[in-house]
Design a protein around this ligand. Structure first.
Ligand code: UFG
Length: 328
């Protein structure tokens, strides 16, 4: 299938592109390189540009005879979204609306959308199922939820079939650790701990030690990026039967910030400085997925259920690419 991967030069998008290529599909990456890295695109055609430019998007969809669109080109920083909500609404909602309009104009029906556990806000019930009330607590989560609703209503017209995939904590490096995380600035826990172990940072800060969790630090559900990518392929195939799909994607097992730090110590064999600081605003104590729906309906299985394997892949990527994609 010819699949347009918006944001295919980014972290999750590049893993998706590689998987599509290896499974015999024809991915076309559309990315403006504002965040992504051209070096992360290995086996795909690359078009540089904006997914939110209607005429341009229609042209790309037609020129490459695109049959499905996968969308990884959102802004993802929770803190930044609180400081600049309009920027998030513009990129994540308005421009995605334009992309959907371009798909409608070009007659492209299938859409796989990167959503997030942030749509649930501070859930009262753990693990989180797809039916857990949606109550985002920041503009980032709210913009993802807005797109899910937009897709829902557009699908009711019969002109869109879509899957909204709610990721928990994406991490690790895919394809023999060649495609990893390289954000600027980096805010995610695992790469930050690894940078500290590598000596690129002086310390790692634990945001909050007084959460109602076994060791007092926040618990998250870490899911390997290649496992995530495989769920997208399964969801895309399922869109032949169904018009509307929503799945949580996580391992269903939580690890605390402390446990992640200990795991990086073990994998790297290095000691480093850990500081205990105040809570970061807006962090729910525990976020773990009930992903049984994706397992049952899609036959999705995770190859990386253990944190140690996930961290090993990330460690391998970062040590092989100490300056990220700029290393090469
Ligand atoms: N943390 C630290 N120190 C750090 C960085 C993070 O203690 O230097 C903690 C956070 O407080 C949190 C955990 O590590 O408890 C994980 O933090 P991340 O920033 O790696 O990930 P989040 O759980 O905050 O966010 C992830 C995605 C977001 C998405 C969110 C959905 O990275 O894009 O899940 O809930 F919005």
């Amino acid at each position: 299938m010819k699949v347009l991967v918006c944001g295919g030069a980014g972290y999750i998008g590049s893993n998706m592109t590689e998987l599509l290529a290896r499974r015999g599909h024809k991915p076309v990456v559309l990315d403006n390189l504002s965040k992504g890295h051209q070096a992360a695109i290995k086996n795909a055609e690359f078009v540089q540009g904006d997914f939110g430019d209607f005429d341009f998007a229609v042209n790309v969809l037609k020129k490459y005879k695109i049959e499905a669109v996968m969308h990884f080109a959102a802004f993802i920083e929770v803190g930044e979204s609180v400081d600049q909500p309009l920027r998030y609404y513009e990129n994540n909602v308005s421009r995605t609306r334009t992309l959907l309009a371009a798909m409608e104009a070009a007659g492209v029906r299938k859409f796989v959308f990167s959503s997030t556990a942030a749509v649930y806000g501070m859930p009262e019930q753990i693990p989180i199922t797809e039916d857990t009330p949606k109550s985002p607590i920041n503009p980032y989560g709210e913009t993802k939820w807005a797109v899910e609703r937009m897709c829902h209503f557009q699908s009711q017209t019969g002109r869109l079939r879509y899957a909204a995939l709610r990721y928990f904590n994406a991490c690790g490096a895919g394809f023999n650790a060649t495609l990893g995380e390289d954000h600027e600035p980096e805010s995610h826990l695992i790469p930050l701990i690894i940078y500290t172990a590598m000596g690129k940072r002086d310390n790692i800060k634990i945001f909050g030690m007084d959460y109602p969790t076994p060791d007092g630090t926040c618990v998250r559900d870490y899911i390997h990026v290649e496992d995530l990518a495989r769920a997208h392929l399964l969801a895309l195939a399922k869109l032949d039967e169904k018009t509307e799909l929503v799945y949580n994607l996580g391992n269903g097992k939580g690890y605390s910030v402390r446990q992640v730090i200990d795991c990086v110590r073990k994998v790297s064999g290095r000691e480093f400085k850990v500081l205990e600081v105040a809570r970061r605003a807006g962090d729910p104590p525990v976020l773990t997925a009930d992903a049984s729906k994706a397992k049952k309906e899609l036959g999705w299985k995770t190859d990386y259920p253990e944190l140690e394997k996930i961290v090993e892949s990330a460690w391998k990527f970062h040590t092989a690419n100490p300056k990220g994609y700029g290393s090469k």
